[in-house]
Design a protein around this ligand. Structure first.
Ligand SMILES: C[S@@+](CC[C@H](N)C(=O)[O-])C[C@H]1O[C@@H](n2cnc3c(N)ncnc32)[C@H](O)[C@@H]1O
Length: 501
């Protein structure tokens, strides 16, 4: 056991390399605005962002690529993560991304200040549930010392009561895997399969069949995920109310959820359920009460240092851009009580207007067909159905940025392409207009990189460049057919967002 393993059970295994789209600044601003929390940094081109437990640095590199004026920092316990992330940033030419190897448990308020500048956005995704108390306490000390007044923290964690059904299951997997032989991933799979098999004998405490199948499938697809997610005795899902209380010493308040689509009672619950929630005894934190009804196993909460109400006023000025070609769009959100949809005339008017170019929510609300929709309805339906994204800056294709962005794509692909393809984990195309990245597969990223490096959007030409093995005609023809589809789906939004001319 390494020393780091006493702080983090999976410290000997590299985590999955994946982009987290929730950390995009325009998404964070919109999510907060929906919760009526004001967050609108005065200079969008100059922010300092810190990703704690940054893993292999994919999100840090993509945020740095999309925002050349930002200072983006990743911090992680595992030297192998930091060494690799530094290589990705250096080979991608990203001089505004840097990585620090540090143990959060060892951070004091004073040494945090020596190590880090004051920060606007702190991302803490997939860390809190998996670490022991000394690490959680270190996170709070660092937040207290480094987060700017008005700054925000994105906290992604496994929540209670959603994960209550898995508490006992995780305990048994962890104990069974310890007694087995082999590497951590194969012991983990064997343990998950052995414990899942007990379900046939109707034990009293076991997740339902669908959850067991999901756990087994994702563990098989991505063994490093399995090890980090399940094989640690520190694993503790948390109540929202307890996370909020733990962050009080850092002067943080709950500002809203980064996943509004899965969090709105109006979308998911019946009027009777909502009435019951409103009539429930006082004293229970509202988010915890909602967690009894909403399917939120993983919570993505935004905490803010000094919450200012009034964010709904920002909704009208939020500019949206299409992320799919107009012909392929369905404005629908799956909810716990069926599909949430717009009237066909409303959908046609909104999509038609956005097909002409980005529009503000206020402009969309002024369309005659949308008289019955308010700003919140429009933003929620378009963004949560993944039809549109909120903009951080006006889209502007800058040909002088092509070579820089192509180099970033190339570096990400060199390090992560085969792994992302095998584990189906998302990488991202950096998009300055979003201040973030659009999640894509490794092959879509390769295509974007090829176009940025100057190849024409011609499937025949691109397939010669991208097909593997090179020189194999069958592989080239297969690649060409795939490229036709990807170009049809992605070229229009890439152009609309200014990634390509
Ligand atoms: C489950 S992974 C999540 C990675 C990434 N944030 C994501 O969501 O994809 C947890 C990360 O936290 C890091 N970590 C765990 N304990 C830590 C500590 N004490 N100090 C710094 N980083 C830590 C691990 O090395 C790992 O990269």
């Amino acid at each position: 056991m390494t020393d780091a393993k006493s702080r983090y059970g999976a410290a000997d295994v590299r985590y999955v390399a994946a982009f987290q789209p929730e950390c995009g600044p325009a998404r964070l601003r919109l999510a907060l605005a929906m919760a009526d929390t004001w967050w609108n940094p005065p200079d969008p081109d100059r922010l300092t962002v810190l990703d704690i437990g940054c893993g292999r640095g994919v999100s840090v590199c993509l945020l740095a690529a999309a925002n050349p004026g930002w200072d983006v920092i990743g911090l992680d316990l595992q030297p192998v993560h930091i060494a690799e992330a530094r290589d990705v940033a250096r080979q991608g030419g990203l001089d505004n991304a840097r990585f620090i190897e540090a143990d959060l448990a060892e951070l004091t308020e004073a040494n945090s200040a020596d190590l880090l500048p004051e920060i606007d956005i702190i991302i803490c995704h997939g860390v809190w549930t998996w670490v022991p108390d000394p690490v959680r306490e270190g996170i709070v000390r660092m937040l207290k010392s480094r987060l700017k007044p008005g700054g925000l923290m994105l906290m992604g964690y496994n929540a209670l009561p959603g994960y209550a059904d898995t508490l006992h299951f995780q305990r048994m997997i962890d104990e069974a895997a310890r007694a087995m032989h082999g590497d951590e991933a194969s012991r983990g799979i064997a343990a998950i399969e052995a414990i899942s098999a007990l379900a046939e004998h109707a034990p009293l405490y076991m997740p339902e069949k669908g959850i067991l199948e999901r756990i087994t499938k994702s563990a098989r697809n991505a063994p490093p995920y399995l090890v980090h997610e399940w094989l640690t005795s520190f694993w503790r899902p948390a109540y929202h109310a307890d996370v909020a209380r733990a962050l009080v010493p850092a002067r943080l308040e709950f500002g809203g959820t980064a996943r509004p689509g899965s969090s709105m009672p109006e979308l998911h619950l019946t009027p009777a359920q909502r009435a019951a929630i409103n009539a429930a005894p006082g004293g229970i934190a509202r988010e915890t009460l909602l967690d009894s009804f909403l399917a939120r196993r993983f919570r993505s909460d935004i905490f803010i240092r000094g919450r200012r109400p009034g964010g709904r006023a920002l909704l009208g000025a939020t500019t949206l851009v299409l992320t799919s070609p107009p012909g392929k769009i369905k404005v629908q959100i799956p909810t716990q009580s069926g599909l949430a949809e717009l009237e066909p005339a409303q959908e046609a008017a909104l999509v038609g207007a956005l097909a002409e170019g980005p529009k503000t929510v206020a402009e969309l609300a002024a369309l005659p067909a949308c008289a019955d929709l308010n700003h919140l309805d429009i933003a929620l339906m378009l963004v949560e159905s993944q039809v549109a994204e909120p903009l951080w800056r006006a889209p502007r294709h800058d040909p002088s940025a092509n070579a820089r962005l192509a180099r970033v794509c190339d570096s990400l692909l060199r390090h992560f392409a085969s792994e992302a393809a095998a584990m189906r984990s998302p990488l991202g195309v950096p998009v300055a207009a979003l201040g973030s990245a659009l999640p894509v597969s490794a092959s879509e990223l390769a295509l974007c990189g090829a176009l940025l490096s100057g190849l024409p959007p011609d499937p025949a030409v691109l397939s010669v460049h991208l097909a593997r093995p090179q020189g194999d005609e069958e592989a080239r023809a297969r690649a060409e057919a795939g490229i036709v589809d990807v170009l049809a789906a992605l070229l229009p939004p890439w152009r609309g967002m200014g990634v390509l001319p």
